[in-house]
Design a protein around this ligand. Structure first.
Ligand SMILES: Cc1cc2nc3c(=O)[nH]c(=O)nc-3n(C[C@H](O)[C@H](O)[C@H](O)COP(=O)(O)OP(=O)(O)OC[C@H]3O[C@@H](n4cnc5c(N)ncnc54)[C@H](O)[C@@H]3O)c2cc1C
Length: 400
């Protein structure tokens, strides 16, 4: 009987899980194993670039790569995971329902920003979390040029000063000038709960963020929390109001809802606790990877973050280990000791740090060059060539 590995999701983790499983199955052909991916589109959506321009183009096709590596792709959405019977229910693009029986399941369904945290955000705020919502935001920014000049039109409020909020906010002065004209009096405000810009990062990184924000004229309202979002701006918890036609929400990223269908411990973001083989605790047939996995990266207490950097390697280990468990091959414990950060700081440049203590190694143009090579090359899918793809899909192949 052919064994079935089902991978849910074709993002960074799902794509690499599929390739890594296919690689191991190709090397060990004593037991036939089929690898299937179910996702809404056979494309990698490059979420880290969604603060840039031309959002709909920030995707990479996956069907040629899957064809070259013998991976079956089913276009659809998983609606239900049934661990007891080892089935998942899914719906195809014509709305027809199906059931898929798996021997091993790899959950790689990603994450989403939660806009329901404050009143009015779902209706009035924008986000750059998914291709569709980031496209709506981009179209809205362009439409500002057709509106009458006003303070609201020229002000953008970014709620949350984490990595996504910072990259978006520091890109905006340049973007707004392109849209509204060089002489428009624009204002970009970041609303941040912490006591200073970037205070959740290392002091050195925070200093660079302050320097870049000042140079670009991006304002930070610190020790500030959003109470509600309205059609014409935001109200803060202390009663202050900022008039704006563009409020961008970046706070509260949550694991995809499928994770909650598995009866297992989860962290505050809804990520499933996994062991070193990336099996979900209490479910040895189910692996969680990427943004749905709460995984230790080392023995020092560090855990994977919801980043591509972690999703790519988590994907490779999860796919490899799911296949290893069917092929009588020893699994590889997930390890990712190296952690780097490369943050785009708009027209000022970028900043690159190394280590969990975020030591600043590069800034400005040098860091920007590195950032561009990461987001436009390193994180893209490999060429649709079996030998090339399998070489990189090895979990032990060099990575950052
Ligand atoms: C604006 C922004 C900027 C970012 N910047 C950075 C950065 O600079 N550096 C960095 O490392 N990371 C960054 N990230 C984070 C990074 O994009 C994520 O950590 C990464 O995408 C996670 O990969 P993943 O494969 O787990 O999930 P995703 O890439 O989200 O992929 C999830 C996949 O699951 C599919 N899926 C979802 N639900 C279902 C379902 N029910 N059935 C079937 N398929 C389903 C989706 O369609 C998709 O194919 C950023 C994210 C955003 C939004």
């Amino acid at each position: 009987m052919r064994k079935q590995i089902l991978i849910v999701g074709a993002g960074f983790a799902g794509m690499w899980a599929a390739l890594s499983a296919a690689r191991l199955a190709d090397k060990n052909q004593k037991q036939p194993v089929d690898i299937t991916v179910i996702a809404p589109q056979p494309e990698l959506r490059v979420r880290p670039r969604f603060y840039e321009s031309a959002v709909p183009t920030l995707v990479a096709p996956l069907q040629p790569l899957f064809d070259a590596t013998g991976i079956r792709f089913l276009r659809g959405t998983v609606t239900q995971i049934l661990p007891g019977s080892k089935n998942v229910d899914w719906t195809d693009t014509s709305g027809e329902n199906h059931t898929f029986s798996y021997d091993r399941l790899v959950l790689a369904s990603g994450s989403h920003v939660n806009r329901s945290l404050v009143a009015g955000a779902e209706t009035h705020a924008f986000d750059l979390d998914q291709l569709e919502s980031a496209t709506v935001l981009e179209n809205h920014l362009h439409s500002l040029a057709t509106r009458e000049e006003s303070e609201q039109r020229n002000t953008v409020v970014v709620c949350g000063g984490g990595f996504t909020g910072i990259e978006m906010a520091l890109e905006l002065p340049m973007k707004l000038r392109e849209i509204l004209g060089e002489n428009a009096k624009t204002r970009v405000v970041v609303v941040e709960r912490g006591p200073q810009p970037g205070s959740r990062f290392s002091e050195a990184l925070s200093e660079v963020i302050v320097q870049a924000s000042e140079a670009l004229g991006v304002e930070w309202l610190v020790n500030a929390e959003v109470e509600s979002v309205e059609a014409n701006g935001v109200t803060l918890k202390d009663g202050r109001q900022i008039a704006s036609h563009t409020v961008i929400w970046t706070v509260g990223v949550q694991a995809n809802a499928l994770a909650a269908q598995i009866d297992a411990p989860r962290d505050r973001q809804g990520r499933l606790h996994v062991n070193s083989e990336l099996q979900v605790v209490g479910h040895e047939d189910i692996y969680a990877t990427g943004d749905v996995a709460y995984a230790a990266t080392d023995d020092k207490g560090n855990h994977a973050l919801m980043t591509c950097q972690h999703a790519i390697l988590l994907g490779k280990f999860a796919g490899n280990n799911a296949a290893a468990s069917l092929l009588d091959v020893a699994p590889l414990p997930y390890r990712q000791e190296t952690y780097v950060t490369c943050l785009d700081l708009g027209a000022w440049g970028a900043v690159y740090t190394e280590g969990w203590d975020q030591q600043v190694k590069l800034t400005r143009a040098e860091a920007k060059k590195l950032k561009m090579s990461i987001v436009s090359e390193l994180i893209y899918p490999p060429k649709a060539d079996k030998a090339v793809a399998f070489e990189i899909a090895d979990p032990l192949a060099p990575f950052v």
